[in-house]
Design a protein around this ligand. Sequence first.
Ligand SMILES: Nc1ncnc2c1ncn2[C@@H]1O[C@H](COP(=O)(O)OP(=O)(O)OP(=O)(O)O)[C@@H](O)[C@H]1O
Ligand SMILES: [Mg+2]
Length: 338
Amino acid sequence: MILKDTKKLELSYIPQKILCRDEEIKRLKIFVEGGKAVISGGVGTGKTMLARYIGGDAYINCFMNKTEHRVLEEILRQLNPKFNPAGLPTQKLWSKVEGGKRIILDEIDGMNIDELKHFAYTLSRQYEVGKKIDYIAITRNHFILKQLINDDAIWSTFAGNSIVELKPYTWEQIKEILESRAKEGISAKAYDDEIISLIADIALHSPGHMRTAIDLLRNSALIAESRGFEKINPDDVREANREEWISDLESMEKKELLVFMATAFSCKNKAYANTDEIKDVLKIKEEEYGIKLSENDFERIFQLLVQQDFIYEGKKGYTILNYPIKTLIEEIHERIKR
Ligand SMILES: Nc1ncnc2c1ncn2[C@@H]1O[C@H](COP(=O)(O)OP(=O)(O)OP(=O)(O)O)[C@@H](O)[C@H]1O
Ligand SMILES: [Mg+2]
């Protein structure tokens, strides 16, 4: 068994250990004490996880509930499951929200603009009617949120200086987090530093960031398991991250194909290779296919393939990130032979 506990690698799971966010958690707790906080950060920087970790009495995704009315309905439903909001006007719903509760408003910039403005205004002014509703609002970008609200007075009451910005994780941080998540969810025999490094390399440049990292960790574990392996292979990670670019090989010349082949071969069954290894394999492949490359050819073509993202320069060496090597080698072979 590779996966000890699938639940622990689901996106909704709150990990036992939250790493690399000590400062942010400290500040968030202070703001939350004061009644309001805005978490701002790119995709997969841990916004939802942090808010859930701090905790709230209701959790609303505003992208899925775009109107003030829908958000309030959802809040009331969660705070008081017996309450039936059907047909009640917005103002009435506000009066039904209990004071002293904390509400998490995820993806708040997903609300319709007019609704967002009115909602933010009313929410942050509840104290004027003698009620305190605490909130953690989450946005991908607080500058854009501010522009959307487009009213300095509303913005300063709603967010003020209570903004916690989450910077993207570095490669080292992604690795550290992945390792701790793997420890919780995956059998210790099933992964090693190479696997974690490879996933971190992919995540670092993916728009999904840490979200991609966790997805890849889980999916490559599932793939390895379905193949009856006891250990995740680099190719399982590549399969999990597979993209459909194989037809791009059609436009490559034979010499390019050969350099690509040598690189793929050098990364077979492992995560990374260095140029010496690749050059050694290239010599063998040159004889095998009867194609001769000069040192200049190699340098030029290798750089080109790196530039075009066929070959990736990772933190621990060169590698291929988005196609399983075994199939790739077969595909290249077919085309060199032609
Ligand atoms: N510091 C961390 N420690 C452990 N796990 C983390 C950490 N940061 C992020 N994760 C994990 O990465 C995944 C993505 O995090 P999360 O969903 O909170 O990101 P997000 O910022 O809300 O992204 P999105 O903008 O796409 O909603 C989750 O599985 C989360 O548990
Ligand atoms: Mg989120």
